[in-house]
Design a protein around this ligand. Structure first.
Ligand code: ATP
Ligand code: MG
Length: 312
């Protein structure tokens, strides 16, 4: 038997909010399989999107996550950005107006007492019984950080892995939170590590998009190929490449490679000195000298992504 799950009630009907009654499960180091795959994930009149940004280390995921977030927010969308990186730094890339209270900087996944309070078990309580649908609707207000252009950021932190995934109280809280916020935002962006498997299947109506960022290196193309497979396993059909930091003729070379592995490149961003310089100063590139020009590129990217989301 690959895993044991005690399903006392269906967690949700696949479309709406979960039922009020708590759903419990025994935690094992394998992911639950009983949640229905997203039903009716068709298009809405206004395209609402959940965009996961992933790719090899250092390719520019955080820069692009921040730029896209600010571009969508400037275009009037309600944007929630989630930092799902073990070393969260999306806040710097996004830029904040003033002082941020220290307590808001602690990643949710490191708040052991919160995880226990909400799920009924400690974060990695393997073998224990815990709630699958913990209360999460107050977390954005409590821990969300207001960033530039009206982007709301939540620092989630490291999603645990183990075996084929990790089905533990901490991840149950994270998954429920992502699902809940998908229903709250027009655009939900996730700055991820080089993978998506640890987030599990989406269960909302949002159009799910996987952007894999690639720099001119064969290793980052290999990573894109691996991410594509992981994304497809989760039922994500809209998987695209974004080429970043290219110089001279590298763009064509990488484009051809990406086409070959079935990750169509939808946009390319050249290597920009101003981006690298802003990083050294520890400020958001979009507020630094030359930032508006980079933001224009991000706006173009946001339009391209939106068109890709609306296409059949
Ligand atoms: N188009 C660009 N031109 C020049 N430098 C860039 C560009 N995009 C990103 N960078 C720089 O590359 C470095 C890595 O960028 P970033 O932190 O966004 O990558 P990441 O994929 O999120 O990294 P990590 O895997 O560590 O989270 C940073 O120093 C950033 O300033
Ligand atoms: Mg990053």
């Amino acid at each position: 038997m690959p895993f044991l799950v005690a399903e006392l009630k269906p967690a949700r009907d696949g479309l709406g909010e979960p039922h009020q009654n708590s759903v419990y499960a025994f935690s094992l180091k394998t992911p639950p399989q009983f949640l229905p795959a997203s039903k009716g994930r068709g298009l809405l009149a206004v395209v609402e999107m959940k965009i996961a940004i992933t790719g090899k280390g250092g390719v520019g995921k955080t820069t692009i996550a921040a730029g896209l977030s600010r571009a969508y927010a400037r275009r009037g969308k309600k944007v929630i950005a989630l930092d799902v990186d073990p070393s969260p730094n999306l806040i710097t890339a996004l830029g904040v107006g003033g002082e941020v209270p220290e307590r808001k900087l602690i990643p949710l996944m490191e708040r052991d007492s919160l995880i226990e309070e909400r799920t009924g078990a400690p974060p990695e309580g393997y073998g224990l019984i815990f709630k699958l649908n913990p209360k999460v609707d107050d977390l954005l207000d409590k821990f969300g950080v207001q960033c530039k252009d009206g982007v709301k950021l939540l620092i989630v932190g490291r999603i645990r892995r183990g075996g084929q995934g990790c089905f533990c109280p901490a991840n149950a809280l994270a998954r429920r939170l992502v699902d809940h916020l998908s229903g709250v935002a027009d655009v939900l962006l996730l700055d991820m590590e080089a993978g998506v498997e640890h987030l599990g299947r989406g269960t909302t109506r949002k159009v799910e998009i996987l952007l894999t960022v690639v720099e001119p290196s064969l290793r980052s193309i290999e990573t894109a190929g691996r991410i594509k497979k992981l994304g497809e396993d989760l039922g994500i059909t809209k998987i695209f490449g974004v080429i970043n930091k290219y110089r001279d003729r590298e763009n064509e070379f990488i484009s051809t490679k990406l086409q070959k592995i079935g990750v169509p490149p939808i946009y390319s961003i050249p290597y920009e000195e101003s981006v690298a310089r802003a990083e050294l100063k520890g400020v958001s590139v979009f507020d630094a000298e030359g930032g508006e020009r980079i933001l224009e590129k991000m706006t173009e990217l946001s339009e391209v992504v939106e068109r890709a989301a609306s296409s059949g």
